[in-house]
Design a protein around this ligand. Structure first.
Ligand code: BGC
Length: 766
């Protein structure tokens, strides 16, 4: 069997310091017990200074120079379709060299520099999808990822990344779930989108948050009309966008759909009043590609992409009658450029970027980081009787690796990579389809696992197809049967259902009927149904893991690291436990906040936030405290210690859910904090601080954001696995908590998930 992929050229004990700050980065070798501080990123220019500088430039510009920045260039209208010539990026605006204005060179985004042209394959890293990054529940990991992606963009001459996607998932079948960093939750999305924006922009690459707004499904995405009430909008869907704004994001991409009857890119309320007004966004709004169908210039759109609808946007009437609007839009674009220093750092202007396009920007340290990030994102959903990890020492001599996904090819259409005219929306089991797709040289699961098994002297029986007879035979011969299954999806099409592809359910059932030690590895684009979950010993999920998929699985399965991913989305028990895409012209989000774990009638096979490790953790000493000096702008802090009470070095993700009084009209306790520990050695503890802001303790009511007067904080290991709870009293608005009382600790049941209960230890006292 093939050894570890030679392309990475890395020994198993790769040096930790090559991998950035990330605590989980050393998948081999000695695990650090202290969490390293994330690297200090360079300060970006303030918006005030960036805008002042832009205003000076605007004074020197002709109308023609100004309007050149407001519309995309490069794409050619072939009468049949728009075509992208070689050495143009997916989005472009021309440079104005005499004024020191660089071209904007924009490229997608989801799991790295989009391999639009086939010859880009192998020159960039195929990173895990950003949904997989959400499954790390680790802002430091996301920041490291974003810094590395930013470096690759710069290396390719690009200075704008068309991401991150930060839409909170409304429906499990959304074809673009894998492209969204928020998963099911606004708080998770906020923390991670902030880390992403900071990381990318620190590299001199402008980030564009997308898709603003309520672009929850791909079905009829170009025409459907989303209607969302103000509370749901502000509590559920806006927060990750707000967090990106707080982190200084330069661009926002408006979406294809309508909002309250007006296209999002032409909707003055959504663009001018909410985004630029209420949320204080200072950067520029760019249309999604070909998304302008109505007048949009005065409505708040600043840049039309890729440059096809001048009559609706930059008509001479608009520019001559509204010079102040032209200047506003140009100032916003230039200010965003200044904020990340693009005039000083940009490298080339299309079509003269050929030298940059062909560069190889991946590296052995990026490959190693891609492996460790993918491994950190793996969610161990079930591990009955400690079946995993697999080691020779535990008596396992033979494993079977079963299923066609174990040798799945990456989707790499001939011609223009993901160019138009092919099934451009198709994905594979490493990277989803559409504008987020990357193709590359992947470590397939069979190869990654086989290479690692060889190091343990464990024999591999391979059955890399979905043939049931062959699968049963292989399973019967082995000590452990590993079944590899998948589901993928892509832009512009929602999934027809939540099933595994190619009769994956039948394959698992056939194997589980033969082997009591069946482990299921799922390479999936989002939620899947698991009707067979009670009949197997182990289940793990990897949300499209990129090029290092096979080696990441190996790290976790063979115990080189203990898994520490957590579900960023709920795994529903049935299709009825989700919201389905709608064919209606107008889609009213009538469920309000009640999506995912917030819907008390939805049943989960595995809840939001769930994930196991190879160890167990106990929590003690939970308290409400005054925040330490690092958190002075916070209202109060919840503190708790967590100890590794098992036998293997592991990380856990402690979660904090807040239950508000009835006037807040929140269906359940909602995530308001999470902390991923360092790798704790057995017996080691970490003190965790969950800082809470005024906003964290507020709800959207008839008079805007209103702070609650009391709340119950639950420490938890998932949305359905609560431990100690603390009662918080907040008597008056705008004062520090004058008193806090603490209820008795509770250890709740675990719904048969096999996690040790969160235990309350010690005295619950202030
Ligand atoms: C997608 C955007 C993407 C753009 C440019 C559109 O189809 O919706 O997310 O950034 O294309 O490729």
């Amino acid at each position: 069997m093939a050894g570890p992929r030679a392309a990475s050229g890395l020994p198993w004990n790769v040096a930790c310091d090559a991998l950035g700050s990330y605590a989980g980065a050393c998948t081999y070798g000695i695990a650090p017990t202290k969490r390293p501080e994330p690297p200090v990123l360079p300060e970006l220019l303030s918006w005030e200074d960036a805008k002042a500088k832009a205003a000076e430039t605007v004074k020197l510009m002709s109308l023609e120079q100004k309007t050149s920045l407001l519309q995309g260039s490069g794409w050619v209208d072939t009468q049949w379709w728009f075509d992208l010539p070689r050495f143009f990026y997916v989005g472009n605006t021309p440079a104005v060299p005499e004024l020191g204005i660089p071209s904007l060179n924009m490229q997608d985004a989801t799991d790295g520099f989009r391999t639009y042209w086939t010859d880009l394959k192998g020159t960039v890293t195929v990173w895990p999808s950003i949904l997989a990054m959400a499954a790390t529940w680790d802002p430091t990991a996301v920041q490291d990822f974003a810094v590395a992606v930013g470096k690759e963009f710069r290396g390719k001459g690009a200075n704008v990344i068309l991401g991150p996607g930060v839409q909170v998932q409304r429906m499990a079948r959304n074809g673009r779930s894998f492209e969204y960093l928020a998963g099911d939750d606004p708080y998770l999305g906020s923390k991670l989108s902030k880390a992403y924006v900071r990381g990318v922009q620190s590299q001199g690459v402008l980030a564009v948050m997308k898709h603003w707004v309520f672009n929850s499904q791909e079905t009829n995405r170009g025409t459907e009309n989303s209607v969302v009430d103000p509370k749901t909008a502000r509590e559920l869907y806006f927060p990750p966008f707000e967090a990106a704004i707080e982190a200084g994001v330069g661009g926002a991409m408006c979406s294809y759909n309508k909002v309250d009857g007006k296209y999002a890119c032409s909707n003055s309320y959504i663009l001018n009043d909410v985004l630029k007004g209420e949320l204080g966004f200072e950067g520029f709004v760019q249309s999604d590609w070909w998304a302008v169908h109505e007048a949009s210039f005065l409505e708040g759109l600043d840049q039309e992409m890729p440059g096809r609808a001048p009559e609706l946007f930059l008509s001479p009437m608009n520019t001559s009658r509204h010079p102040e609007r032209v200047d506003d839009a140009v100032t916003r674009i230039l200010a965003a450029m200044n904020k990340v220093n693009l005039p000083e750092t940009s490298s080339c202007s299309p079509p003269n970027c050929s030298e940059w396009f062909v560069r190889n920007v991946t590296s052995s340290s990026h490959q190693a980081l891609a492996k460790s990030l993918a491994a950190e994102s793996i969610v161990l959903l079930k591990n009955q009787d400690g079946l995993l990890p697999i080691t020779n020492a535990s008596g396992i001599r033979k494993i079977a690796i079963i299923g066609s996904v174990a040798v799945g090819e990456s989707y790499d259409p001939a011609g223009a990579g993901q160019g138009l005219g092919m099934e451009w929306f198709s994905g594979d089991y490493y990277s989803g389809g559409g504008s987020g797709h990357l193709t590359g040289d992947v470590v397939k699961t069979l190869h990654g696992l086989s290479a690692r098994a060889a190091l343990e002297n464990i024999e591999v029986i391979a059955s890399p197809s979905n043939n049931l007879t062959a699968a049963r035979e292989a399973a019967a011969e082995a000590d452990v049967a590993i079944v590899v299954v998948g589901a993928t999806s892509g832009e512009s099409v929602d999934r027809p259902n939540l099933q595994l592809e190619n009769q994956g359910d039948d394959l698992i059932t056939a194997v589980a009927n033969v082997s009591s030690k069946t482990v299921v590895l799922m390479q999936v684009c989002g939620a899947v149904l698991m009707p067979w979950h009670e009949g197997v010993g182990g289940i793990l999920a990897l949300f499209l893991g990129g090029q290092e998929t096979g080696s990441a699985w190996a790290s976790v399965l063979f115990g080189d690291i203990s898994p520490s991913g957590r579900l960023p989305i709920m795994m529903p028990e049935s299709e009825a436990d989700t919201i389905a895409p709608s064919e209606e012209a107008t889609i009213v989000y009538s469920e309000g906040l009640a999506t995912s774990y917030r819907n008390t009638s939805f049943k989960a096979t595995f809840p939001f936030g769930h994930g196991l490790s190879y160890s167990q953790f106990i929590y003690s000493d939970a308290q409400i405290v005054e925040c330490p000096y690092q958190f002075t702008s916070y209202l109060l802090c919840v503190k708790s210690a967590v100890m590794n009470n098992g036998t293997r070095p592991s990380r856990t993700v402690a979660q904090l859910y807040m239950e508000f009084p009835p006037e807040a009209e929140q269906p359940v306790a909602i995530l308001k904090g999470f902390q991923k520990t360092a790798i704790l050695q057995p017996g080691d503890s970490e003190v965790l601080i969950f800082p809470l802001t005024e906003r964290d303790l507020s709800y959207w009511g008839p008079s805007g954001w209103t702070r609650v007067s009391s709340a119950v904080a639950h420490l938890a290991e998932s949305a359905k696995n609560f431990g100690p709870s603390l009662q918080i009293e907040l008597p008056t608005v705008d004062s520090s908590p004058s008193s806090t009382t603490i209820s008795s600790a509770q250890g709740l049941g675990l719904g048969g998930l096999g996690v040790l209960p969160v235990m309350a230890l010690g005295v619950w006292a202030l």
